[in-house]
Design a protein around this ligand. Structure first.
Ligand code: CA
Ligand code: CA
Length: 228
């Protein structure tokens, strides 16, 4: 009699305990998943072998884009930021969304810079292009392009200030060939990479056809892909 009265309570307690354990386990996995979520924005690979830096004047509202093709034909650009062993760390869009926090207050970040990091290198030709995606004035825009090979010691392969002349202007900044760790045949013979990404001729170009990026990521104001 005594035992019969105790059993239902015990069952309820067991069920509660079991459900609580399930909930705690679930929350544990959720938080673990959130901790491991990669924060790729602005991340620089500490083991980078080569870095390309494209810079234009502080506070300039123009949007310059960097396109890089590796020997395998992969092209890194704003719509395909990871391609082969390359990673476009950030698509800088002039002053758009450029803020930094100072004393908990948002202030504008004047920097205009895009960086492509390589976590590995292969023999063959690399092509670095810059594109004037959005121009706001008529004056030529000076754009610094620097290519540095980092190992075994820092070696500047290329450093020059080029000019872009209005929306749509694409300039081949530099082409170079790696052969067994040596840099050869540094030149700037023009070759359009924009064309390759739009026609889908490059590998991993992220756009099979047409000139528009996927609808869900387009900023209606500028028509450009919104940073994730
Ligand atoms: Ca850009
Ligand atoms: Ca900027």
């Amino acid at each position: 009699m005594f035992e019969e009265e105790q059993e239902p309570e015990f069952e309820i307690f067991s069920a509660l305990l079991f459900n609580s354990l399930k909930a705690i386990t679930f929350m544990f996995f959720i938080s673990f998943a959130m901790i491991n979520e990669p924060a790729d924005e602005g991340k620089i690979d500490p083991k980078a072998e080569l870095i390309i830096t494209v810079t234009w004047p502080d506070n300039n509202p123009d949007d310059v884009d960097t396109y890089v093709m590796d020997p395998a034909g992969n092209i890194a650009w704003y719509n395909q930021r990871e391609a082969g062993l390359m990673n476009l760390e950030r698509d800088d869009r002039g002053m758009f969304k450029d803020v930094i926090l100072l004393n908990d207050v948002e202030i504008s970040n004047p920097l205009n810079q895009e960086t492509v990091a390589f976590r590995g290198l292969q023999d063959g030709e690399y092509i670095v292009n810059i594109v004037h995606y959005i121009a706001n004035g008529n004056a030529p825009l000076p754009v610094e392009v620097k290519v540095e090979k980092l190992n075994p010691t820092v070696e500047v392969i290329f450093y020059q200030t080029l000019e872009l002349h209005g929306t749509g202007d694409e300039v081949t900044a530099v082409r170079f060939t790696l052969a067994g760790g040596e840099v050869e045949n540094v030149n700037n013979t023009p070759r359009s990479l924009v064309e390759l990404t739009r026609t889908g001729d490059g590998k991993g170009t992220g756009a099979a056809s047409g000139t528009a990026p996927p609808d869900g990521f387009v900023d209606p104001g500028t028509g450009q892909v919104i940073e994730q």
